[in-house]
Ligand binder design. Structure first.
Ligand SMILES: NC(=O)c1ccc[n+]([C@@H]2O[C@H](COP(=O)([O-])OP(=O)(O)OC[C@H]3O[C@@H](n4cnc5c(N)ncnc54)[C@H](O)[C@@H]3O)[C@@H](O)[C@H]2O)c1
Length: 254
């Protein structure tokens, strides 16, 4: 088991890739502290993990609210004694996020609050927990859109994911000397509820699929396998890396 004796704090674990991370990390032996602001959904995830024989507590809360994050980390440490992994996965891509020419300040602000401040808050309260555990691994979920331009812009989302990569570098350099690593994963388009609406339009679906050399959209598992590697002791000398898992979409010229 690749995550035996690890305790992983996973945000956005009520669905999509976060739920898959909770299930697959637990199958590798990790105990799971599962967060989501949808309380019912994250409780369901915790039950799914327990039904498979794993250990998981649900810690509902909004990652953009400091008090929620502080409470969630505290509950995780109380339940399992320590936290070794921060899997900062919660993120949003709301309707109404398009070009800066049509910028809506409330949309921009909410995207930044969840996608960037959320990770910062999880680190504010989570890094001290990792240090108390003697070290650990931070895995931040960014996106391939941070690496390439797109003629169908979602500028707040794109900028937020660029910030996630920059923050990851800063965390890696700050805390590496204390045995806390920080890495990012940049997924390509993955079939989760986040993309459901976008991909329900056949033209939009075909446009994106044509760009992926592997000829298919990603699955949540494709990303979580990378997450398991970065969370595990197999990657103890990997720090400040951005692991792009995208079927090749980002390097596709034609
Ligand atoms: N699906 C994709 O194609 C894709 C591609 C690149 C990156 N990503 C990133 O991967 C991560 C997971 O995406 P997904 O596709 O599984 O999305 P999803 O919408 O299926 O799941 C996201 C989960 O995060 C939760 N969440 C949202 N805001 C929250 C908040 N403020 N506090 C706590 N929980 C919150 C939601 O309730 C949901 O359960 C996100 O950071 C997303 O930006 C997704």
């Amino acid at each position: 088991m690749r995550l035996k004796n690890k305790v992983a704090f996973i945000t956005g674990a009520g669905g999509g890739m976060g739920r898959m991370a909770a299930l697959m990390f637990a199958r590798e032996g990790a105990r799971i502290v599962a967060n989501d602001y949808r309380a019912d959904a994250v409780e369901e995830t915790a039950q799914m993990v327990r039904d498979e024989g794993g250990e998981c507590i649900a810690v509902p809360g909004d990652v953009s609210v400091a008090a929620d994050v502080e409470r969630a980390i505290q509950a995780g440490e109380e339940a399992f004694g320590l936290i070794n992994v921060l899997y900062n996965n919660a993120g949003i891509m709301p309707d109404g996020d398009e070009s800066v020419l049509d910028l809506k300040e409330e949309v921009w602000q909410r995207v930044m609050d969840v996608n960037v401040k959320g990770i910062a808050l999880c680190c504010q309260y989570g890094v001290p927990a990792l240090l108390r555990a003697g070290g650990g691994s931070i895995v931040n979920i960014a996106s391939f859109v941070a690496l390439v331009g797109c003629t169908v812009p979602q500028d707040a989302y794109t900028a937020s994911k660029g910030a996630v990569l920059a923050l990851t570098h800063s965390l890696a350099v700050q805390f590496g000397p204390q045995n806390v690593r920080a890495n990012a994963i940049s997924p390509g388009p993955i079939l989760t509820p986040l993309l459901d609406q976008l991909l329900s339009d056949p033209d939009k679906r075909a446009l994106r699929l044509n760009r992926i050399p592997m000829g298919r959209f990603g699955k949540a598992e494709d990303i979580v396998y990378a997450g398991i590697y970065l969370a595990s002791d197999e990657s103890t000398w990997v720090n400040g890396h951005n692991l792009v898992v995208d079927g090749g979409i980002t390097i596709n010229y034609f």
